[in-house]
Design a binder for this molecule. Structure first.
Ligand SMILES: Nc1ncnc2c1ncn2[C@@H]1O[C@H](COP(=O)(O)OP(=O)(O)OP(=O)(O)O)[C@@H](O)[C@H]1O
Length: 420
């Protein structure tokens, strides 16, 4: 090999090495940039999908399990006490409202909108509820936290954090809040037809017909479906009951009272269990584990309230057990005011869904998506039947008009023959 060959080989190897090093450097930089970008995206995503923070402390440490609305546990209470961002501090209140994206109103705004708090429409465990007309003309409901309510303070915080990110047509929307002059108030869209409990049990109210009840069941189911399967992380309501279902001016139902579940006293002792007597999943009472299937149980109770108009405090469970003994057992417990005014097959189908929701084993209860589909099917069957009926009706009218045409032709022919 000549010297020039060595030079050529040397230069080639050198060039190849330079190209290799340059490529390595290029791909190295690209790889680093890509990963840095992914890390940035992941951080942004964790902020948007896990936006619930308590007292300035991120509560999103373990969201592998469903987030319950009563996240204000003893542990978080300790955080509250120890945190430099104690929620009572002014800065944190500002942060809470602005971070949740909920508009904040001053005490004066609310005072004016409620005509100096003279428009009382109800009283809950959270405090009084007022009807209000905001400066924009929007009609709203204002829940004022009773100043002596410790439980309410936690619930207020949960409600603002949670509802700031939850929006669905079957959830009562939080449209604002007020943290001013030592007062805490939640502002909701106004539900002019009040609660389902009032409509079912107040004799002064008009009777809800079967179609309305079926639609209400479907609306509630869609609201829960959004909480369990649409929200990230999933949300368990924990206090589903007919008093927490509100109806708007067109009788569409929405689920209300997130974060407002209260502790119930059992057997005279504070058991620490959350929810309302008559609606609580018995499996939760024995295991202390509240899952989405516990909400399903409470919804099962509401389904039977819709069918029977019997309140859970009036032995509803015993009636349900009786009804479960035969396929048409539910006919016996159907709201008297609906007898002869609804399709018994539809009632039985809805009762069947209710029974499945009330199964004593949580794992045997359906998921909410399945419940929604089953209720929708009842409504769809009716539509198909109506279509068939109208189709049959249109068939008859077509036949009648054909006969009429033939009659006209025959009489024409007869008159022609007469003429001939
Ligand atoms: N957004 C709203 N629009 C119209 N009325 C409302 C609204 N929210 C609550 N109300 C009415 O105010 C009353 C009290 O409601 P609130 O949710 O405070 O208590 P509750 O659900 O009845 O009971 P608890 O607090 O014990 O669960 C109810 O009669 C309800 O009909």
């Amino acid at each position: 090999m000549s010297q020039s060959d060595f030079i050529i080989i040397g230069v080639s190897v050198g060039l190849a090495l330079v190209i290799l090093l340059a490529s390595l450097a290029f791909f190295g930089i690209r790889w680093y940039e890509k990963h840095a970008h992914l890390r940035r995206c992941a951080n942004e995503r964790s902020v948007t999908t896990l936006p619930i923070r308590m007292n300035g402390l991120d509560t999103s440490t373990d969201f592998s399990a469903s987030l319950s609305i009563s996240i204000a546990s003893g542990a978080s209470e300790n955080h509250q006490k120890n945190s430099p961002f104690n929620w009572r501090s002014h800065q944190n209140k500002e942060w809470l409202a602005s971070a949740s994206g909920i508009p904040r109103y001053s005490y004066k705004d609310i005072q004016k909108a409620t005509q100096n708090f003279t428009t009382l429409i109800g009283q809950g465990s959270f405090g009084p509820v007022y009807k209000a007309v905001m400066a924009t003309g929007e009609i709203v409901a204002v829940k004022a936290l009773a100043s002596d309510s410790k439980q309410g303070e936690k619930e207020f915080q949960t409600e603002v954090s949670l509802l700031g990110r939850l929006h669905h047509r079957n959830l009562v929307n939080l449209v604002g809040c007020c943290v001013d002059k030592g007062q805490h108030m939640l502002i909701y869209e106004f539900m002019s037809n009040g609660s389902l409990a009032n409509l079912l049990y107040n004799e002064k109210e008009r009777v809800l017909d079967w179609e309305e009840r079926l639609q209400i069941a479907l609306d509630i189911s869609h609201g829960i479906e959004y909480l369990h399967e649409g929200a990230v992380p999933p949300v368990i309501h924990r206090d589903l009951k007919s008093a927490n279902i509100l109806l708007d001016g067109t009788m569409r139902a929405k689920v209300a009272d997130f974060g407002l579940s209260k502790e119930e006293v059992f057997d005279g002792r504070n058991s620490g269990l959350k929810g309302t007597y008559g609606y609580i999943d018995p499996a939760y009472i024995s295991t202390n584990k509240f899952t989405t299937k516990s909400d399903i149980y409470s919804f099962g109770v509401i389904i039977f309230e819709l069918i029977t108009a019997i309140h859970p405090h009036q032995n509803l469970m015993e009636y349900i057990d009786l009804a479960s003994m035969s396929a048409d057992g539910v006919d016996e417990i159907l709201d008297k005011r609906l007898v002869g005014k609804c399709n018994p097959n539809e009632v039985r189908r809805l009762a069947n869904i209710g029974h499945r929701c009330l199964h004593k084993l949580q794992r045997k209860r359906p998921l909410i998506g399945e419940v929604s589909r089953a209720i929708l099917k009842i409504k769809e069957r009716r539509l198909v039947k109506n279509d068939e009926a109208s189709f049959a009706r249109s068939d008859i009218s077509r036949t009648v008009s054909l006969i009429e045409d033939h009659q006209v032709e025959l009489s024409n022919m007869a008159s022609m023959m007469e003429r001939d």
